[in-house]
Design a protein around this ligand. Structure first.
Ligand SMILES: Nc1ncnc2c1ncn2[C@@H]1O[C@H](COP(=O)(O)OP(=O)(O)OP(=O)(O)O)[C@@H](O)[C@H]1O
Length: 297
């Protein structure tokens, strides 16, 4: 049987038990993740939960301090980072942005811009683009090399809700047409994320994972979101009811403090904090996996 961690012909990246440590603390730990051709995987989670770290480790920008990352031979990656260092005081056309760090023919640039619907903006100054146009330009730039894997860190930054839907539609179309894998990073799952094949919720570790539909339909999801579960996928906002403290301990909604994400009390052991959702606002640090919240795989 194929498992998420097995490596077959369609697998582009497989991470097993990956942990990344900096400044004496774990940014993420215990991450298992597989990216397969034609699949859209979305990492969600609060600020500082390790989404970017996980994505960067998947594509080799960061090295894991524990665990393994295996990538397909000759893997081509198109990466749109969360932040770009652009000197906005200098004139920079969209065309020029396309080839700042990548060699590409005029035809390839034109094709990529056409593909994302901004061919008419080739000569426009980048700083004059709208949020949605800018994100499209970055997407075009990532697509120029016809990557096997597109990694898009917060691709809807600065984009309004309608624009978000259009962008996610575009990303899904690109996946369909190119057959590439897409790793998306987002704070929340929105309606458009229904196009996502697999959602992985991070908080320094993998909290839960599954398809949006299976997560939404699972009893665990119903327990996690309570009445809000009926909102289904319209807005899959992930509220957490435990907080990771800077010293590595966990504060639960009822004020109790524990060492791990499980409530430090008796009971049936399944009334885990995730059953009612959980808040995370501290820096990411290692917690054991607690997949029961949406154990849908
Ligand atoms: N170089 C570093 N040294 C130490 N800690 C770091 C370093 N880079 C990131 N961190 C910490 O690691 C944690 C994970 O960061 P990461 O950027 O992966 O989170 P994220 O989920 O992508 O956050 P956001 O949603 O805010 O972009 C954060 O607490 C961050 O402060």
């Amino acid at each position: 049987m194929t498992t998420r961690s097995s490596f077959d012909d369609s697998t582009l990246v497989a991470m097993r038990g990956v942990g990344v440590r900096r400044s004496g603390g774990w940014m993420v730990r215990g991450v298992d993740l597989a990216l397969r051709r034609g699949e859209i995987v979305t990492l969600i989670g609060p600020n500082g939960s390790g989404k970017s770290t996980t994505a960067k480790t998947a594509i080799g920008i960061l090295k894991p301090d524990e665990g393994t990352v295996r990538r397909a031979n000759r893997l081509t990656v198109g990466y749109v980072p969360q932040k770009l260092s652009i000197d906005w005081t200098l004139p920079l056309s969209v065309e020029r942005l396309m080839t700042l760090t990548v060699r590409a023919s005029r035809a390839a640039v034109a094709e990529a811009l056409h593909r994302v619907g901004i061919a008419h903006l080739a000569k426009a100054e980048v700083h004059r683009l709208s949020g949605g146009e800018f994100q499209r330009a970055l997407l075009a730039r990532a697509m120029i090399r016809k990557p096997d894997l597109l990694v898009l860190d917060e691709p809807v930054q600065g984009v309004d809700f309608t624009g978000e839907i259009a962008l996610y539609d575009l990303i899904s179309d690109i996946r369909d047409a190119e057959g590439c894998a897409v790793l998306l990073i987002s704070h929340d799952l929105h309606v458009v994320m229904a196009k996502t094949d697999t959602v992985i919720c991070l908080n320094g570790h993998v909290c839960c994972e599954g398809s949006p539909q299976s997560v939404a339909n699972s009893p665990a999801y119903q327990r996690m979101f309570g009445p809000r579960a009926s909102e289904t996928l319209a807005i899959y906002s992930h509220h957490h009811d435990h907080t990771h403290l800077p010293d590595g301990r966990v504060r639960f909604a009822d004020g109790t403090i524990g060492d791990e994400c499980s409530l430090p009390k008796g009971g049936d052991g399944h009334d885990h904090a995730h059953d009612q959702g959980h808040d995370h606002d501290g820096p990411a640090s290692h917690r054991p996996k607690d997949r029961e919240a949406a154990d849908v795989r």
